[in-house]
Ligand binder design. Structure first.
Ligand code: SF4
Ligand code: SF4
Length: 66
């Protein structure tokens, strides 16, 4: 059996720092960094994809970590 973990990654050039992803995260694991959101508590991320789904610029997405 193979478990697939996906965590949010950020394309900084596409992020306008609107903070929508931070507000949408049900696990409250994203925080506002100096210029971009940061995954402050990665162990709390439930890989739900809400941050990526709600991002208006497509700057944040979930990528696979095996
Ligand atoms: S995938 Fe879900 S839990 Fe993880 S950072 Fe995005 S919104 Fe939060
Ligand atoms: S929702 Fe998208 S554009 Fe807005 S802060 Fe998050 S990653 Fe950046």
């Amino acid at each position: 059996m193979k478990f697939i973990l996906e965590f949010p990654l950020l394309i900084e050039a596409q992020c306008d720092h609107c903070q929508v992803c931070i507000h949408l995260c049900p696990a409250e694991c994203l925080e506002s960094g100096e210029n971009y959101p940061v995954l402050a508590r990665p162990l709390d991320c439930i890989q739900c994809g809400a941050c990526a789904f709600g991002c208006p610029t497509g700057a944040i997405f979930l990528d696979e970590i095996t």
